[in-house]
Design a protein around this ligand. Sequence first.
Ligand code: ZN
Length: 311
Amino acid sequence: MGEPVINFEGNKMKRLIIKSIVVVGMLFSSITMAANFPTQEPMGGEPFGHSVKNIGDGLYVFRWWVYRNLFVVTDEGVIVTDPLNPKAANLLLGEIRKITDKPVKYVVYSHNHHDHISGGNVFKDQGATFIAHKNVLNELADHPSPVIPLPDITFEDTYTVQLGGRTLELKYFGPNHGESLVVMRLPKEKILFVVDIVTPRRVAFRTMPDFWPDEWVRSLKEIEQLDYDYVVSAHGPANQPAIDPSSVVAEQRIYLEDLMSAVKAEFDKGTHSPDKLREIVKLPKYKDWRSYDEWLPMNIERIWAYYHMGW
Ligand SMILES: [Zn+2]
């Protein structure tokens, strides 16, 4: 794949617009609170379960509440992805210590969003090297947090982490969910770790915050071309599989295409009111997907904004 063409100015503008839409009622408070993001786990200390599943030789999926990451245990140390939050990161370290006494050598951030990458201090204190897409640096300069160590290594298009004979490839597909999301692939094991842009058997998250519908679809088409047999996704409650077949990537893309064409069809018939669209657009093919009843109307509102405002 060539160097993705990115219009930073355009995307900055898009981002400003979507933020003002998504957090419309909170605009003023978000400005005044910008330097004071929460530093503990989301949901104010409610007790959430965690678990670890071994999905292959030295490969583990760690779950905390509905968040998941992947970690790789090698003879020379451990590669950790998204530390999630301080509480989860401490639980994760405890789980790693049950498996190996080797140090955590690398922490890889999937993207800039605080709900996935807070809490890495516990690994930083032990000397881990942090890796992320270069745009994470801009994002963390704008939205710093004392519980998010800055990346030590950043890259533009691809980066390969190698440790103890294991390889983890990181690949950037341009903007899709924010502007810094990387997809991780274990080439030998043919496993993909995808955060936020693929969540099997669930409609898109609420009003799709920081998601760009057309660029999301484009990215998924490009991701479908990679060589992999399995997908680990970053969201799923305890009753969902830790690992899924590769087909879930296309299923996610087809859901978005169906959602966009259903909203567009109503636009073309003359329905432009987001309230009306939320009422009349249905996607019965997906009625068994998680959060269909609650979130489909919110997904529709985001796609209304896409067609109404042109981004
Ligand atoms: Zn995110």
